[in-house]
Design a protein around this ligand. Sequence first.
Ligand SMILES: Cc1ncc(COP(=O)(O)O)c(C=O)c1O
Length: 360
Amino acid sequence: MTHPAKHIAGMAPYALSKFDIPNGKRLISLSQNESMRAPSPMINDAIDRMINNGALYPDPEWTDLRSALAEVHGIDADAILCGTGSLDLIGRIAHVFAGPTRSILAPEHAYPFFRSAAEMSGARFDTAPEKNAVVDADTLLQNVRPDTGIIFIANPANPTGTRIPKRELQRLRKNLRDDILLVIDEAYGEFADHLDEPTFDMVSENTAVLRTLSKAYGMAGYRVGWGVFAPTIRAELQKVMNPNNIAYLSQVAAVAAITDQAYMRETCERTAEMAAAATHELSTVGFKVYESFTNFILIDLKTADHAISAETMLLSEGVVLRSQAGAGLPHCLRMTLGQQEDVSFAIEILKKWKQENPDA
Ligand SMILES: Cc1ncc(COP(=O)(O)O)c(C=O)c1O
């Protein structure tokens, strides 16, 4: 029998949401932070026009995709690398810049895939404590170890939904050892673009910024992520990236979606309105809801037992929210701000649960 590498044998597979709902119930998934609406209709025309051209491998250099991104963000197209979702880039970064002799640091309630990426690369995963679901530069700096190779920080963060200002990231970078790669994961960046200056000008030989089309552009199913990197980082990452990684139609669709900035911005505005309304409704009946700068909200049910009980009631009606035990928040449930009717239905069930559990 063959054996896997020791660090792979010891790791658990990445836990996606469980969709085991009762027979006969419609599955309502509010668990994966997918968009409240379909992507821009402009992608339909683009796909229709190009549908017969798929016999050849896709552009391995994502030329049109990089130009569209560069134009919209005022950055250099040559600095961009694209992945099959930003997950792909996170994994490659860990592979190249961490590995068995190094560790990866992230905030206490970080996106769980950062841990998976560390484990896949054989690196130890360390965390820095958060206060009220927010991390700060000083705490991260205090938790740097001699073998720290990478700091991953999602901003805005998942699953907390909270954010830190750019000046805090700059302070972190300024006080961090030069050999540590700081990766700012802006998967939800578009939802907070209006609140701060872009961070692309922080990109350097030891700082990278990641984004995705999965969230604000509503294109999770197309698997398109991208990052901005210095040439030295890019050269190393390209060695471990699979050639022709993003499917041809995904590239075509992504270019069309990026061109339709007005549609994406409207999605962000509608999402913010839904976040405010859902937060208000849940807070009014006594739930603690964290302030969110993303397309989901984090609901604090005080104890893990309460979270399990509310999750069970939701599941009995076909509604899947994401329990956050994996991110060190077993007392919280995260609700994606998906279709309005689904979100309203989930809120009604949570209100019913609250009535039955008034002390919670
Ligand atoms: C913080 C964060 N980073 C990255 C991703 C990965 O997104 P994708 O691979 O779809 O681009 C997610 C997805 O939920 C996320 O929440």
